[in-house]
Design a protein around this ligand. Structure first.
Ligand code: LLP
Length: 420
């Protein structure tokens, strides 16, 4: 069951609520609209898939950092994956158990590492200098830090190059030929760090689970090598990256169950605890960006629907040429013909589009248009370009629309200059 669906009356619904009604009640457009129940269902899909395995679900906060969303995921039992000190602070505020959080990144700064050490958060070692900094942080905090080695397994995730992270020349992780150097180095800091696991992350939007299996086979081999040298390694972290069905064209994509099943036996054969770091597959399909149509225009052979949302609120199409499905929220006038449109925003550059070459009925001014699957890497990547302030967010909870984040205002912006 999916939260957003068009009913026989021709209106788009989020759970039981007409999106058009949510528009009427909203502070302004554009806004993000979520289904709280869909978040629950997505988390439960991981929980069911992990049944019988020792595991930690580390939700990747970078995908969506709405505080209410985090509180909800935490209440369902999720851990978290962080890439900055502020994401760690936020996780702690949202009551995630910091000892079930993992701090990832190729450029972690000392100050943030000290915070992680104080909280007892797992830290991934990404490079020689990162190891040095983690040891220093442990000494400053006076705590032994549990570390995982982020190994770059050189498996091609078959995705857009901007979201591939585990290939030979990527900036993340350590190459396997350096493994022995790292093991020797770690042995020299027994009081400061404890090697407890190995981590890899291949990339994002992965739609073939064999790729995860290929990586897990390699990772288990590394874990065997590491254990053979006397380290008590307990965790295999296979990262995030499971893709979702952005196209809404009837494709059948692998589920969390499919993903976990490809690695289950490997994990059990070594008595490991599996850490998994989903972002997109937990949160993307729980949310739409709801826009209002400003007008329709034609230039030469190109037809445009101009809406009030833009690359400032949702940059994935502009940045990755990503496809996100677009539809109108209410039935078009009966005489509206279907036309091929580019759906664009008001931002002053041609990169500002939400969708290209979409066949849509000609909408009336003021009507609603949604961009689907906007729960991951949309609001969290929003900017205030052209002073389009970040939009408000709502979710449908128990049949009612509830605000879960205020829209940013012009006055919020002016606060940065107060007293200067
Ligand atoms: N773990 C690590 C170490 C990561 O780098 C990421 C995402 C994840 C987990 C979560 O991956 P997911 O399950 O969400 O695919 N902004 C891009 C995606 C960047 C992903 C960065 N790393 C986009 O909008 O497609």
């Amino acid at each position: 069951k999916h939260c957003f669906s068009k009913k026989e009356d021709g209106y788009l619904y989020c759970e039981g609520v007409r999106v058009e009604d949510a528009m009427q009640g909203a502070e302004r457009t554009p806004f993000y609209l979520y289904s709280k129940d869909q978040i629950t269902r997505n988390y439960e899909a991981y929980r069911a898939a992990l049944e019988g395995l020792k595991s930690i679900v580390g939700y990747a906060i970078k995908a969506n950092n709405n505080y209410k969303v985090l509180e909800h995921l935490q209440s369902l039992g999720s851990g978290a994956v962080l890439v900055s000190g502020n994401e760690l602070r936020l996780a702690v505020r949202a009551r995630f158990d910091p000892t079930r959080c993992i701090f990832n990144g190729n450029g972690k700064v000392l100050e943030d590492l000290v915070l992680a050490a104080q909280y007892g958060t797992f830290v991934n070692i990404d490079s020689e200098f990162d190891l040095e900094n983690i040891v220093m942080a442990a000494r400053i905090a006076g705590k032994q830090v549990k570390v995982l080695l982020r190994i770059n397994p050189d498996v091609d995730p078959q995705v857009h190059p901007y979201v591939a992270t585990g290939t030979k020349t990527s900036k993340f992780g350590i190459r396997n030929e350096k493994l022995q150097w790292f093991l020797d180095a770690i042995k020299t800091y027994p009081n400061d760090i404890k090697l407890v696991g190995a981590h890899c992350h291949l990339g994002s939007t992965i739609t073939k689970v064999d790729i995860f299996r290929d990586a897990a086979v390699l990772m288990v081999k590394y874990i065997d090598e590491i254990r053979a040298q006397g380290f008590g390694v307990e965790y295999l972290n296979i990262g995030g990256g499971l893709g979702i069905d952005y196209h809404h064209a009837g494709a059948i994509l692998p589920t969390p169950m499919d993903l976990i099943n490809t690695v289950r036996e490997l994990v059990q054969s070594r008595d490991l605890t599996l850490i998994i770091e989903p972002g997109r597959s937990l949160i993307a399909n729980t949310c739409c960006l709801v826009n209002k149509v400003t007008g329709v225009k034609t230039n030469g052979t190109k037809n445009f629907i101009v809406v009030d949302g833009s690359m400032a609120e949702l940059i994935r199409p502009s940045l990755y040429d990503a496809y996100q499905h677009i539809e109108l929220v209410s039935p078009p006038p009966s005489d509206a013909g279907v036309v091929t449109y580019d759906v664009v925003g008001p931002v002053c550059e041609s990169a500002d589009f939400l969708g290209k070459d979409r066949d849509l009925p000609t909408p009336t001014k003021g009507s609603g248009l949604v961009v689907h699957d906007a729960g991951a890497y949309c609001m969290s990547m929003a900017s205030t370009y052209n002073l389009k302030m970040r939009p408000p967010e709502y979710w449908v909870d128990n049949g009612s629309v509830v605000k879960i984040r205020h829209g940013e205002t012009f006055e919020d912006f002016m606060k940065f200059f107060e007293g200067l």
